[in-house]
Design a protein around this ligand. Sequence first.
Ligand SMILES: Cc1cc2nc3c(=O)[nH]c(=O)nc-3n(C[C@H](O)[C@H](O)[C@H](O)COP(=O)(O)OP(=O)(O)OC[C@H]3O[C@@H](n4cnc5c(N)ncnc54)[C@H](O)[C@@H]3O)c2cc1C
Length: 326
Amino acid sequence: MIVNADVVVLGAGVSGLTCAIRLAEAGFRVTVHSADPPARITSYAAGAIWGCYLVAHDRGVDWSLRSLEIFRDLAREPAVTGVRMTSGVVASRGDLKADHPGPGAEDVQPVTSTATLPPGFTNGWWYRVPLIDMVVYLAYLTARLDDCGVRVQVGGRVTPEQLPRLGTTVVNCTGVDAGDVVPGDPVRPIRGDLLVVGNPGIDTFFVEHDDDRDGLTTYVLPHGDRVMLGGSRTDGDWSRQPDPERAEQILQRCVEAEPLLAGARVLDHRVGLRPARKRLRVEADGRHPHVIHNYGHGGAGVTLSWGCADEVLALTGAAARTTRRC
Ligand SMILES: Cc1cc2nc3c(=O)[nH]c(=O)nc-3n(C[C@H](O)[C@H](O)[C@H](O)COP(=O)(O)OP(=O)(O)OC[C@H]3O[C@@H](n4cnc5c(N)ncnc54)[C@H](O)[C@@H]3O)c2cc1C
């Protein structure tokens, strides 16, 4: 059954594609517009590990747990989806205590011997969560949409005047550029750099829990034959230009954490702008109730994607309809 409704989803990052899938699979006629090609958007640059980071919303944990259910299911076919359930450690230096990984993480255990941690690290937690290879995952989402007959149209930046006129329902998933279509919105970038290297045999992840004080952190995320190395966070930096000095710092920190990475050749340097906001915005617009906003996911847009997409589906009035796969 095709519901007689037109939904225009603005944005083809993880938020837009996931919403479009939810809506299309519920029977809506959907179109997706993206100003930028995949390699230019933040979702392409994400690490990505499941977990809430640099994001605030009182329903964030619930939405992340909803996504977790789906990622566990997708992890049954890692070659197709890019999702893998992976064990690893979050650890802290000195007196700083690493946070418990929280609800949803599997096999959580405190680190009992610092001998298993990199030099300088004093405490941490072992746990298991999904890692998501974003290049494979975005291709999987796009193919799943394609199966529903939905193509992503790339090119052209929508203006604030055009936004409410785009369709019967409009879903705004414009990430860090949301201020271009909602003038005055306080969304801002927290730039992140990520390096891609060949995998020298790493099968567990490492994430540093730090105090957010300087612009660098450390993470090592294995995805099959590649490893994603991070990372950085520069508040307010709109530049997407790779910085070789920053790359060198990231590589050095990651080699300290995982000596197997010594001599690793950098295959790619990705830069993304995390869409930061005082509070994630998932709601209908006050002035134009047919416009549903879904942006401001900070460093957790992948983690929250399915939970937020369910909320968008509910907001568009589809929750009462029968959901089906195409
Ligand atoms: C280095 C790095 C590591 C990260 N690691 C993780 C992680 O481990 N786990 C996690 O959950 N998250 C992580 N994130 C955060 C995550 O990447 C973001 O929260 C998420 O990608 C935001 O997705 P989005 O779809 O909302 O926005 P985007 O991916 O930025 O997509 C926005 C879309 O809107 C389109 N658009 C914008 N303006 C317009 C316009 N005016 N007209 C038409 N189209 C427009 C763009 O072209 C694009 O298609 C990381 C981010 C970075 C940078």
